[in-house]
Design a protein around this ligand. Structure first.
Ligand SMILES: Cc1cc2nc3c(=O)[nH]c(=O)nc-3n(C[C@H](O)[C@H](O)[C@H](O)COP(=O)(O)O)c2cc1C
Length: 342
């Protein structure tokens, strides 16, 4: 994203930093123009079957309402909803999005209406679609994670993604994701309150060795792992000498982080025996295939949505075509298929 592009951002993500305008609605390339080869697109993530391996990443899709103007949300394998907290949050002051070469920095800071409002107003909307609904939660304390898990499991989400990796909040957030004992504690509490709903823990890339955290979380009972969250970064306006983001620093996402995500998925897949939802910079089928070959069972598309709301469908179709070209009958056969040199 080095050139100026029109970004499409759900309204609660923008915070005044960018005025996203909508792409032309008369163009609806949601379905591929060419018939897709007969490859089974379905995958399973911690016992949860999905019609295809492409989900949308938390915080980049709101609660789906804006994107539903473009296509039937039932075309997606799953929707990771915007990160929820126990109580509503305003998020951080603007500017909170900054463009960078090959990506964006964000410091949105978990703006959301709170878990109860999600259950009352957003979950019924999402439930209309034939897709998996994954709730993403962040707490200030392990107890808050537990309360949210209880509420969400009773409300009937398909999976809970426990975010222990948000770089943009002061309390909790990334602190849990960078210390193995705290990551394990949050996982245990989440599992104890989630009933039969699978718990997927979202790991931070802002660590020296991600496998240490992955192992701690696996031992604490996680059903799946998702990675990566954003990588901490900073931009400075050299004329004003002010950081571009009001919070000074933010989290980097987009194409720039894909190689880091592939490397971390590969390392984690060798370290623990848990299914992985891979994400970070996925914009096309080949990107998703890299994460799957590295060990991911499914992939999430995030920042690519801001330039192209149809990105997840293009990733899905590109992945299917790639699998067909390689003579596979199932997309899931890509998982873990990398042939390392040694
Ligand atoms: C604007 C924005 C908001 C985000 N909010 C959340 C969030 O609420 N919870 C979360 O777990 N991750 C959040 N993320 C991280 C993404 O879900 C994803 O892990 C990351 O952006 C890497 O994927 P990508 O490069 O495809 O965007 C956010 C990312 C962006 C860009």
């Amino acid at each position: 994203m080095s050139e100026k592009k029109t970004l499409f951002l759900p309204k609660h993500n923008v915070g005044g930093a960018l005025t996203g305008s909508r792409p032309d609605l008369s163009v609806r390339p949601s379905r591929s123009e060419q018939p897709l080869p007969t490859v089974d697109q379905s995958v399973t993530l911690a016992g949860m079957t999905m019609k295809n391996p492409v989900v949308v990443a938390s915080g980049t899709f709101g609660f789906g309402r804006e994107y539903n103007q473009f296509y039937d949300l039932g075309e997606l394998g799953g929707i990771c909803a915007k990160g929820l907290t126990l109580h509503p949050r305003e998020g951080n002051p603007a500017p909170r999005i900054a463009e960078t070469p090959m990506g964006i920095l964000n410091s949105v800071g978990l703006q959301n209406p709170g878990v109860d409002a999600f259950i009352a107003h957003e979950l019924p909307f999402l439930r209309q679609f034939d897709t998996r609904v994954i709730a993403n939660i962040s707490g200030n304390t392990p107890e808050e994670y537990g309360i949210m898990c209880q509420k969400l499991s009773q409300a009937g989400v398909d999976m809970i993604e426990v975010n222990i990796s948000c770089p943009n909040v002061k309390a909790g957030g990334m602190a849990y994701g960078t210390r193995p004992e705290l990551a394990a504690e949050v996982t245990e509490v989440a599992k104890a309150h989630a009933g039969a709903v699978p718990v997927m823990v979202k790991l931070s890339p802002n660590v020296t060795d991600i496998t240490v955290i992955a192992k701690a979380v696996a031992e604490a009972g996680a059903d799946a792992l998702s990675l990566i969250n954003t990588i901490r970064g900073m931009r400075i306006d050299v004329n004003t000498r002010r950081p571009i983001l009001k919070m000074n620093t933010g989290g980097l996402s987009g194409p720039a982080v894909l190689p880091v995500a592939v490397r971390m998925v590969w390392e984690v897949s060798q370290a623990v025996d848990l299914p992985i939802l891979g994400m970070g910079g996925v914009a096309k089928g080949e990107d998703a295939a890299q994460l799957m070959l590295a060990g991911a069972s499914a992939v999430a598309v995030g920042t690519a949505l801001f330039a192209d709301p149809y990105a997840p469908l293009k990733v899905r179709d590109g992945l299917t075509q790639l699998a067909a070209r390689q003579g596979l009958s199932q997309v899931s056969q890509l998982t873990g298929g990398v042939l390392p040199w040694n």
